[in-house]
Design a protein. Structure first.
Length: 315
């Protein structure tokens, strides 16, 4: 600008004497069509004006390039943040999938144990039947030999009478034992059905709880992303505070997953404690040890922990 003023003064100083006219403040105020200017000065003025316009154009282009670079950098930062959040979500989904697979594997192990227990019971019954058959055959042989040794009809009649009485008592005892055995087996079957039903209800409750937590986590994550985007557009200066807030929320999500893992561990321990013994005195042991009440106590403890966790999350 000082150079333009000097040139303007130089131009007007070489002009012929003219009536008093106000001197222009800059080259832009000089009229190149004025008859008082020489062609050389006119050309020089035109060249300087073109150079000035070129400089302003280059400055404008540089400013636009800088703005474009800033926009590109901001867009890339947004894309990187979105990619990182998606990776964290995928990791959470993979963790939940593995926990589901572990539950399914534990369920298969329990099923195999029940089948093995049933097979052992059937084998024990078969051996008991064989033993009874052998005992019956032995008794029959002994009775047949005794009958051959009897010499008189009276002793034979008395022996036969005693034999009938013994046989009747044995049959009554056998019938009583069979009824008792059936009763115990029926009690055991009912207890097994109750245990399986409780186990299925507990698994369903845990699945529902896990699904609710997953949905809640997804909603919280989506809401958090929306809040972060809105706050970023409104206040760029608060970016550092929002990053710290996001980190605390991620730690909260990790703590919730840890709580879910502990709850599932407690469920697996409950399933292990609920396994029933496979022998015939199971019902008596259950009544002495109080097995069902212990299972109910563990279930109540787990439900209380789940309620506390839900109350804390809602707060």
């Amino acid at each position: 600008m000082p150079q333009q003023q000097q040139l303007t003064q130089s131009v007007w100083s070489h002009m012929p004497a003219q009536p008093q006219v106000q001197q222009p403040a800059s080259l832009w105020d000089v009229d190149v069509n004025s008859e008082g200017l020489s062609s050389a000065y006119k050309a020089q003025l035109e060249q300087m004006k073109r150079q000035q316009r070129e400089v302003e154009r280059l400055r404008e282009e540089e400013r636009l390039r800088e703005e474009e670079m800033l926009r590109q950098e901001e867009l890339e930062r947004k894309h990187e943040e979105l990619r990182r959040q998606q990776e964290e979500l995928e990791q959470q989904r993979e963790l939940v999938r593995r926990e589901k697979e572990e539950l399914e594997r534990q369920k298969q192990i329990d099923l195999q144990k029940r089948e093995e227990s049933k097979r052992l019971e059937e084998e024990a019954r078969r051996q008991e039947d064989e033993k009874i058959q052998k005992e019956i055959q032995k008794q029959r042989r002994e009775q047949h030999e005794a009958e051959k040794r009897r010499q008189d009809e009276d002793k034979k009649r008395q022996e036969e009478e005693r034999k009938r009485e013994r046989e009747l008592k044995k049959q009554e005892e056998k019938k009583r034992k069979e009824e008792e055995k059936k009763r115990l087996q029926e009690d055991q079957r009912r207890q097994e059905e109750i245990r399986i039903k409780k186990q299925e209800e507990e698994e369903e409750r845990l699945r529902q709880l896990q699904l609710e937590q997953e949905l809640r986590l997804q909603v919280e994550l989506q809401q958090q992303q929306e809040r972060e985007e809105e706050e970023r557009l409104q206040r760029e200066a608060a970016e550092k505070d929002k990053v710290e807030t996001h980190r605390r929320q991620q730690m909260e999500l990790q703590r919730q997953h840890e709580s879910l893992r502990k709850l599932q561990q407690a469920q697996r321990e409950q399933l292990a404690n609920m396994q029933l013994p496979a022998h015939s005195n199971w019902a008596d042991q259950q009544s002495q040890q109080g097995g069902p009440s212990q299972s109910r106590s563990l279930t109540e403890i787990q439900e209380e922990e789940a309620r506390k966790e839900n109350d804390r999350l809602h707060r």
